[in-house]
Write a new protein. Structure first.
Length: 230
């Protein structure tokens, strides 16, 4: 069974509408839609915004559904000039940009007592998703790179520049690294797919509502094509 997690209803409602739903189970105030998508056993859920919601959701998928892979889909802010609104970023790895224990001698993003700050996405999943995306979304750019996550909506140019200089990321959002860490702890392959909805700077509020729906269309088209091949 494949687990698909989105933070907001907009990110998963089309997929849920297209799946053959066998049951809906409510756990930790989240609704887990279990059934088949394109003939493949899946569980799809809206986890809610933020790292805690994302981590709790991933752990439930591990404990209750024994998922063999987790795909996190959604939107993000671009952190590179060449990555435009509507383009897709597929994670090479993920880290929490707001994890800061430098006062104890750790590097920015490093999780104390774990000896880790980045969590690598599954290479087979990455490769399949990138190849599929280029086929089904030929009109947009597809990039592979680091996703950084934090409990902040980044809309300030100075904050954006700080993230770029510290972590060399491709995009920023609010859930992916928590899902990555929870999946890693449970030895579950994962990948993060992010459609760019804004530029993570002063234009974010203006861009977000206008481009979110278009960005999500690209991820939905991608997942519809890639799920049968998993």
């Amino acid at each position: 069974m494949i687990g698909i997690i989105g933070a907001m209803d907009q990110e998963v409602h089309i997929l849920k509408a297209e799946m053959d739903v066998e049951k809906i189970e409510r756990k930790a105030s989240m609704e887990f839609f279990v059934g088949k998508l394109q003939g493949r056993d899946v569980v799809i859920v809206k986890c809610g915004v933020g790292k805690v919601n994302a981590a709790v959701c991933t752990q439930i998928m591990a404990d209750c559904y024994q998922v063999e892979a987790v795909i996190n889909t959604g939107v993000a802010g671009s952190l590179r000039a060449e990555i435009n609104i509507g383009d897709i970023v597929v994670s090479t790895d993920a880290l929490q940009h707001d994890m800061d224990a430098r006062g104890f001698g750790y590097e920015p993003g490093e999780i104390p007592l774990m000896g880790k700050k980045t969590f690598e996405a599954d290479k087979r999943l990455r490769r399949l998703i990138v190849e599929t995306c280029r086929k089904v979304n030929p009109e947009i750019g597809v990039f592979e790179g680091r996703v950084v996550s934090g409990d902040q909506f980044i809309s300030d140019g100075a904050v954006k520049e700080r993230l770029v200089s510290m972590f060399d990321p491709y995009c920023t959002e609010m859930e992916g690294a928590a899902i990555a860490q929870a999946a890693w702890l449970n030895h579950i392959p994962f990948v993060i797919i992010r459609a760019i909805s804004d530029k993570a700077d002063g234009s974010a509020q203006m861009d977000y509502a206008e481009f979110e729906a278009k960005a999500i269309q690209h991820t939905v088209r991608l997942l519809e094509a890639v799920v049968p091949a998993l």
